[in-house]
Design a protein around this ligand. Structure first.
Ligand code: DSN
Length: 418
């Protein structure tokens, strides 16, 4: 059953309540390997479902356009203070609705339409909002994109430097959505300094690892840091922009009134709760366990003949290139899902296939580590993936795997399920 219980919803709208219960059960029974997902605590769930959703608060604490902010102001101040403490930054804006709006606010703060931005190409592991062509950021700005080295699958810093020198971007993004290796923030900072660009580190995927000391921090290297709050950081769906003092005002002005209206106060409260949890020393153990699990999963997959982009991982993420297995990422991910192992199909660098039918699957260990799985279970998880990928079209075998997966997961409590 969903936890906290949902008796009012069940009474008022049994149809939605049934779907919420079904989703809770689905999350309980599966090995959830989508690299951008997690399980939030019941405290975060409660804050998200609180009456703070009823309040409008355009502006910032002490400078609002609506009255009645006696409670919301301290909530937002708490979130800001905790973000600043956790990441060691001068300034935090906790209002962006999600990662894409946070990145758009950066464009509004530091670029004019038509200005040059540099980011990692989406198929190489970047994000749509780092200037990819189909995104507004690629349409309304002059975007130049860097990638990874073909031989290593790792960011090509020579290309980054050469491109920056030639194109003189005003903003450089580092970070992305499918990068299995450590981001070299000092190297990016050196390039940005040389060409006079603002360096923006998008740490959406690794924010929890940075907070927990399991990935180097961009603080002191990137003037601006964007992040979602719901991936490895294990908070509600939302985002933050962190910055040094010099760039703070431009960031705030871009988020409100530049891009957004009223902040989602229930989300802000839940972000504060999640940041409080991340400030607990136990969170560092979690962050390191996430990385250990990813490394163990990567090793077990390699042992079974899977090819991994960059050969392995330094963080929470494993990018599997299925080319040598003779199967596309989409049928593989669909078979895995039927087998109770949830992942997303993903392009791999230099992918000859189309984005909607790419060569890879992307795996992440943030959620299963929250459930309590350890390195001991990773060979089993890899074995299930191997069996599922080999059993595309064999529904009987996929259902047998799903039953085994559900049996294992029944032994691991899930926040949000009782
Ligand atoms: N949703 C993010 C991810 O899965 O990495 C990208 O926007």
């Amino acid at each position: 059953m969903h936890e906290p219980a949902i008796p009012s919803l069940t009474g008022a709208d049994p149809e939605v309540a049934r779907l919420v219960q079904a989703e809770a059960r689905r999350q309980f029974e599966k090995v959830r390997l989508i690299a951008s997902e997690n399980y939030v605590s019941t405290a975060v769930l409660e804050a998200t479902g609180s009456v703070l959703t009823n309040k409008y608060s355009e502006g910032y604490a002490g400078r609002r356009y609506y009255e009645g902010q006696q409670v919301v102001d301290p909530v937002e101040e708490l979130a800001v203070t905790r973000a600043r403490t956790l990441f060691g930054v001068d300034h935090a804006n906790v209002q962006p609705y999600s990662g894409s709006p946070a990145n758009l606010a950066v464009y509004l703060a530091f670029l004019e339409p038509g200005d040059t931005v540099m980011g990692m190409a989406l198929p190489a592991g970047g994000h749509l909002t780092h200037g990819w062509g189909v995104s507004a950021t690629g349409k309304w700005f002059r975007s130049v994109q860097y990638g990874v080295r073909k031989e290593t699958g790792v960011v090509d810093l020579d290309e980054v430097r050469d491109l920056a020198r030639a194109e003189r971007p005003k903003v450089i993004f580092c970070g992305g959505t499918a990068i299995p290796r450590t981001i070299d923030f000092p190297a990016f900072a050196e390039v940005a300094r040389e060409v006079g660009a603002v360096l923006v580190a998008d740490i959406a995927h690794i924010a929890g690892l940075v907070a927990g000391g399991a990935h180097p921090s961009p603080v002191g290297h990137a003037q601006v840091i964007t992040t979602t709050t719901h991936k490895t950081l294990r908070g509600p769906r939302g985002a933050m922009i962190l910055s040094d003092a010099e760039h703070a005002k431009a960031v705030d002005k871009a988020v409100f009134p530049g891009l957004q209206g009223g902040p989602h106060n229930h989300t802000t409260a839940a972000i504060a709760v999640a940041l409080g949890e991340a400030l607990d020393p136990g969170f560092g153990l979690y962050a390191h366990a996430v990385v250990q699990n990813a490394k163990a999963l990567a090793a077990a997959l390699v042992e079974r003949g899977f090819e991994l982009v960059s050969g392995g991982t330094d963080n929470h993420l494993v990018l599997v290139d299925l080319t040598s297995k003779g199967i596309g990422g989409k049928p593989a991910a669909k078979a895995m899902d039927r087998a109770g192992i949830e992942a997303n199909y993903n392009t791999v660098p230099f992918d000859p296939r189309k984005p909607f039918d790419p060569s890879g699957v992307r795996l992440g260990t943030a959620a299963i580590t929250t459930r309590g799985l350890t390195v001991e279970q990773m060979p089993q998880v890899a074995a299930w993936i191997d069996r599922a990928v080999a059993a595309v079209g064999d529904e009987g075998e996929l259902d047998r795997i799903a039953a085994e997966v559900a049996e294992l997961m029944a032994g691991y409590p899930m926040p949000g399920w009782a």
